[in-house]
Each structure stands twice: as structure tokens, then as C-alpha cells.
Design a protein around this ligand. Structure first.
Ligand code: IFM
Length: 445
């Protein structure tokens, strides 16, 4: 293995956490025991989900969680990152669903029993439909509702959690959900995206305050997704396009949470696209973070033309791509980590998601996902190199434990290191899981 020594250095760092991640809607099922959410509604829209599927049953993790956590442990991971379903906890009439809380408390107790760290995300895109009916993330009150939900969850979970994440990838909730409409709730319009983003960030800040009050000793932070943008040519217009894309997609979320201000781009937005910022909002948003979660999958090339300040291009011809048609380019992760470290006074980082979809097939009882093996190895290598260059990175999580409901792609894209047969719900660790496990178990010796 090229530069293999760096990878083993990474894995043998005494406190470096290696984990695996999932999210509630994508795996749980058990929909009859919770309130409906925006994804239930969106899945019913003709054409919204490629295979016309839904999350009502998903990986049936709601009944099989015990088996799934045993797998995380047996494979040798240190930590399990999962999300709590807001509509499983808070009922439309304002009451609390104790059975929903108990479900997660059982998971947390089992993790503790197995000495696995619990990384709990409070929002991974599952907005209760009754809140969307009041305007969802376009309504400021949703941020207050999220703070109440945070209070209920953190009071009930007590000290069982290792690390809290307020929001997972607010860019996706705001931009894909309220601007392009390819995700739930499917609203479309440039005038919505940044308004939704602001209310999401406000929800993050309020939630951080509640966590600081209720569970001050538990680590808290946010998880952002980053796409490094590369200019398609040397010319200054293309360079400018890459900077503008970075401001819209990456810095629009990072700068407010770290520095309490939006990028300068704010002043160039048409009036109707600007968020409604009230006095004090930016201070609420910029609560001190104990860590920042970085999700990385791919990079993108951009150009500008007469109509667009920036335009995202498909991957270059012949570039290696995943089943999502995302370019495989690990060095962009290394560079991203160095850039963030250079541009900001960062808290410690965790790579909270990294992984790839591939067209995996079971053959004679095995799934040989060689491309994923190389993808994970090379990206972990990039993390190790960034650490060597001085970036404070405390852990790495593979996305995802199981093949699952990949949002608008339905069940067509398999991101798991464990194969799921959606007819029988049988789990089968792929070659990537087995290899990771060998590395992890060697390290644990
Ligand atoms: O499956 C998603 C996950 O829910 C959020 N981050 C990206 C993953 C792959 O698209």
C-alpha cells in the first residue's frame, strides 16, 4: 500500500476515533411509531424519488438496531454516529413520545455497554410535517421549536452521549430543500435558500445554548459539508467563479458559525434573496464550538458565463467517479483541511462523513467493493497527511454503515460498507468492512 506507514500512524494515534455513521430516516423504518416528516410527504410526490420508494421500512433498523450495533462493535469501530428523529420525539399536539426517547436510550445504553462512543446528531433533515405546515425552515419559529426539542432530548439522554451535533449539512437542508427543490420539502426559488439557511443556523445557535446549559460537559458542535471548488482554467474569471461558489456553498455556513458574520457576498445578493437577520442573531449563531464536523465526498470544477457568476461542471472526462457520478479526488480533502486551517481559527475537527456509492453485487456470498476499499484508504491517507501538516483532526467516520435510503436516489445508490438485501433485510459486510476491520482490530491489539 502506497505510503502505508501514514495510514497506520493515523490508526494508531491513541485518541483518534474511527467510527461509522448513519441517519434516522435513511435506516430506521418504524414510521408508524412517529409523526410524519417532510420526507414522507416528499416521497409521495410523483417523480421526486428515482425508484419511487420511501423510508417507511428502510433497513428496519427500528427492530434490528441490536444486530446493527453488534456489527459496529464486532468490526472494531470506536464510535457510532447516528441521528435522532425529531418526529419520533415531539408530537404534533406538543406532547413528548416517551417510546421514541426510550428507543434511543436503549441504543445509547447498548453503545455504553459495548464501550462504543455515541455521536448523536439532532437534525439530519427529518423535519416534522406539522412544522413544515407552519412554514418549516422559512419560519423563524422553527428555530425555537428546535431548541425545545433539543431540551427534551438532552434532558432525557443525560450523560449517555459522547458528542452532540446540532445540524447535519444545513447547506443541503436549505439549498436542496428550499432552493433547487430536489430534496424535501421540495420548494424551489432563489429567494428561499438563504432565508432557510439563516433559520437553520439560528436553530443551531439556540440548540448549542440549550446543550451548554443542560449537559455542559458533553462536546457539542455542527457538521458541515464541503465541496472544494476548482477553477476550470487559469483565467481570472474562472478563479473568481471558484471563489464565489465557495462563498455560496461552503463559507456561507462556516463563517457565521465561527465568526458571527456572513461572507461579503451578502451585500451583493439581490434584496429578495437576503436572509432576514434580526439584531442579536449573529451572536446566537456564533456559539463557541467544541469541534467542527467536516463531511467530504468530492470536488467540483466551475466556470462563469454571461448568465452565471459561476456554473458547476460535471467531472472531467475520464476522471474516476463513483456511482453518484462524483469525482474521486482524495487530495482535495487534504487541501481543504489545510485551507480551513489556514483561513480560520478552528476548533478540533472530525471527518464526520466520507465514503462512496458503488454498484455493489453479492457474488458467491461476498461483495468485492475494491473501489470503495481504495477510496477509503486514500481519503484516510489524505487525513493523515493533513494531520502531519499540523491540522488538529480527532477522528474519521465512514459513510455509511449500511446501504440505505439515499434521499432523491431512493435505494438505487449503495453507500454502505455492509450490504443490505432490501427483500430479506439480511446484512452482509462487504470487503471494505472486512478490510477496515482487520486494520482496526490490529490496532486494538
Ligand atoms: O446519504 C447522505 C447523508 O445523508 C448526508 N451526507 C451525504 C450522504 C451521501 O449523499
Amino acid at each position: 500500500m502506497a505510503n502505508g506507514f501514514k495510514l497506520s500512524n493515523l490508526l494508531s494515534q491513541p485518541d483518534f476515533v474511527v467510527g461509522v455513521a448513519t441517519s434516522s430516516f435513511q435506516i430506521e423504518g418504524g414510521a408508524e411509531f412517529r409523526e410524519p416528516c417532510i420526507w414522507d410527504t416528499f416521497c409521495k410526490k410523483p417523480g421526486a424519488i428515482k425508484d419511487a420508494s420511501d423510508g417507511l421500512f428502510a433497513c428496519d433498523h427500528y427492530s434490528r438496531w441490536h444486530e446493527d450495533i453488534a456489527l459496529v462493535d464486532e468490526l472494531g469501530f470506536d464510535a457510532y454516529r447516528f441521528s435522532v428523529s425529531w418526529p419520533r420525539i415531539m408530537c404534533a399536539d406538543g406532547s413528548i413520545n416517551q417510546a421514541g426517547l426510550d428507543f434511543y436510550i436503549s441504543i445509547l445504553d447498548e453503545l455504553k455497554r459495548r464501550n462504543l462512543k455515541a455521536f448523536v446528531t439532532l437534525y439530519h433533515w427529518e423535519l416534522p410535517q406539522y412544522i413544515e405546515d407552519q412554514g418549516g425552515w422559512l419560519n423563524r419559529d422553527t428555530a425555537q421549536a428546535f431548541a425545545i426539542y433539543t431540551d427534551v432530548v438532552s434532558s432525557a439522554f443525560g450523560q449517555r452521549v459522547d458528542t452532540y451535533t446540532t445540524l447535519n449539512e444545513p447547506f443541503c437542508s436549505a439549498y436542496l430543500g428550499y432552493e433547487t427543490g430536489i430534496h424535501a420539502p421540495g420548494k424551489k426559488g432563489a429567494q428561499y435558500g438563504k432565508k432557510a439557511a439563516h433559520n437553520l443556523l439560528l436553530a443551531h445557535g439556540l440548540s448549542m445554548q440549550v446543550l451548554a446549559r443542560n449537559v455542559p460537559k458533553i462536546r457539542r458542535g455542527i457538521v458541515l459539508n464541503f465541496t472544494p471548488f476548482y477553477a476550470s482554467s487559469e483565467d481570472s474569471q474562472a478563479q473568481h467563479a471558484a471563489e464565489v461558489a465557495h462563498d455560496h456553498f461552503n463559507d456561507w455556513y462556516l463563517r457565521p458559525v465561527l465568526q458571527g458574520e456572513y461572507p461579503e457576498l451578502l451585500n451583493r445578493l439581490p434584496q429578495n434573496e437576503r436572509p432576514d437577520i434580526e439584531p442579536g442573531d449573529m451572536q446566537i449563531i456564533a456559539q463557541p464550538l467544541d469541534y467542527l464536523g467536516v463531511n467530504y465526498y468530492t470536488r467540483s470544477f466551475v466556470v462563469s458565463d454571461e448568465q452565471h457568476e459561476f456554473k458547476i461542471l460535471p467531472p472531467p472526462d475520464k476522471a474516476p467517479v463513483t456511482a453518484m457520478n462524483w469525482e474521486i479526488f482524495p487530495d482535495a480533502l487534504r487541501k481543504l483541511l489545510l485551507k480551513l486551517n489556514n483561513d480560520y481559527n478552528l476548533p478540533p475537527l472530525y471527518i464526520t462523513e466520507n465514503g462512496m456509492a458503488s454498484d455493489d453485487k453479492v457474488h458467491q456470498g461476498e461483495v468485492k467493493d475494491e473501489l470503495r476499499v481504495a477510496y477509503l484508504r486514500d481519503h484516510m491517507q489524505a487525513v493523515a497527511q493533513a494531520m502531519e501538516a499540523g491540522v488538529d483532526i480527532r477522528g474519521y467516520f465512514v459513510w455509511s454503515l449500511l446501504d440505505n435510503f439515499e434521499w432523491a436516489e431512493g435505494y438505487l445508490k449503495r453507500f454502505g460498507i455492509v450490504h443490505v438485501d432490501f427483500n430479506t433485510q439480511q446484512r452482509l459486510p462487504k470487503q471494505s468492512a472486512l478490510l477496515l476491520s482487520t486494520w482496526l482490530l490490529q490496532r486494538n491489539k
